[in-house]
Design a protein around this ligand. Sequence first.
Ligand code: TYD
Length: 145
Amino acid sequence: MALSDCVMIELPKISDPRGNLSFVESFNHIPFEIKRVYYLYDVPGGECRGGHAHKELQQLIIAMNGSFDVFLDDGLIKKSFTLNRSYKGLYVSKMVWRELKNFTSGAVCVVLASEPYSEEDYYRNYEEFIVNVKKLYLSDTFFQV
Ligand code: TYD
């Protein structure tokens, strides 16, 4: 759940003069089973997406076209990533606040998710997220892993 778990994952890239091909396999390239795929597109310039954390959900975020920045915050540290390659994905673990900004025109963000959509899994209020993530850091479970 810590930001140190959130890393860029380089996916296989089969280069071909006919066009390149990349793929993602559950438990091979990413540490979860893909149960849902969703995508953001036609994002107007200057708009911000995300602005929440998930209680259990893990994700792989890929810039399938164009580029955008992902700002992560685990309650202790903050880090940002620029996504601009369709053969690279950003793994985001549970209990990490994320904001997606600076979408270029025509950018497409594809997200592979470990769970079906559930509003119950969201923290949409930053203060509520901070209170709960700090509780987790203080719990025995966190220090055992
Ligand atoms: P949200 O997760 O807040 O979007 P983002 O993080 O990309 O800014 O979702 C926006 C709306 O879409 C919200 O009403 C919930 C709905 N939604 C679904 O119905 N299913 C989904 O799989 C997702 C991701 C969102």
